[in-house]
Design a protein around this ligand. Structure first.
Ligand code: SF4
Ligand code: SF4
Length: 271
């Protein structure tokens, strides 16, 4: 596991294909350089590699993150102490390390940074436990910027990571409210694993167990007034949130626009 690789002296290395390798419990190599299929230590081979991406392009992504106004406040250098890794919940379960993120940024390792934007950043749970860094860094904040750039640039990793959330985004943006429990079905949330099956199969029971009356139904959550919904939509539009959606999911953006434009028209709002 990643935390193990961190504690064993930074044994994570980068292969020629850009696939990060963990070595706890033995080498993941077959011995002849071939990669063991399905080994949990490997990143998704579909997004690993990136030799076909020009250095200048990778540099452009790096600069986009570095030029963000928050960046200077999120990175002051790195002691390599690993405190951020020790407190990071994602490092316990994934081949992921906030220390590697901070170091790639501090060392201006453009190629590794690009690889992290295609692979690592979506493994962070954005809990910000890593802000207890003694150097004053905020690795989770750096990842926030990396994610924003990945979305704005329509990177493959952003599309892949957010693909399972289109229904949630649609629900929030078209109704102003969150997912209703009856939407929690295994086919809609495959990334939730067996948990979502358990929830969906016993939903009626879970609901009956909850005290407030309104939570006894699985069909609704709560009502949002039309005015609030329109205001929210205009905010998302003006702040660029809608553009971000278009970058990662054009079809979802088209549907949203169609639905919401109609509402704006009904309210007599011109853009
Ligand atoms: S914000 Fe991300 S990197 Fe930082 S501790 Fe949480 S999961 Fe780990
Ligand atoms: S806690 Fe801070 S100084 Fe220590 S490894 Fe993490 S980012 Fe570097």
């Amino acid at each position: 596991m990643a935390i193990g690789t961190e504690l064993q002296g930074g044994t994570v290395t980068q292969s020629g294909t850009g696939i990060a390798r963990g070595v706890v419990g033995g080498s993941p190599d077959t011995g002849n350089g071939a990669i063991l299929e399905g080994n949990a230590f490997f990143k998704n081979p579909a997004v690993a590699g990136f030799e076909d991406v020009a250095y200048e392009e990778k540099e452009r992504f790096f600069e986009a993150v570095r030029s963000d106004m928050r960046f200077p406040d999120y990175l002051y250098g790195c002691y390599e102490c690993g405190i951020c890794v020790a407190v990071c919940p994602s490092a316990r379960f994934y081949d992921f390390s906030p220390r590697r993120i901070a170091q790639a940024a501090a060392r201006k390792d453009v190629a590794l940074f690009y690889q992290q934007m295609q692979e690592d950043i979506w493994e962070c749970s954005q809990c910000f436990s890593c802000v207890r860094c003694p150097r004053g860094n905020n690795p989770g904040g750096i990842i926030t910027i990396m994610r924003e750039v990945a979305i704005n640039e329509g990177m493959a990793s952003a599309k892949e990571a957010l693909e399972g959330y289109s229904r949630i985004v649609y629900k929030i943006m078209s109704t102003g409210t969150q997912v209703s429990p009856d939407m929690l079905q295994p086919d809609a949330f495959p990334d939730w694993g067996p948990e979502v099956r358990d929830v969906s199969e016993h939903l009626a029971l879970w609901r009956r167990a909850l005290p407030p009356e309104t939570l006894h139904t699985t069909a609704t959550s709560w009502d949002v007034s039309e005015r609030t919904l329109i205001e929210l939509y205009l905010i998302w539009m003006e702040t660029g949130a809608l553009d971000m959606i278009r970058n990662v999911d054009e079809s979802l953006h088209m549907i949203l626009e169609e639905v919401m434009e109609e509402r704006l028209e009904e309210e007599g709002i011109e853009r």
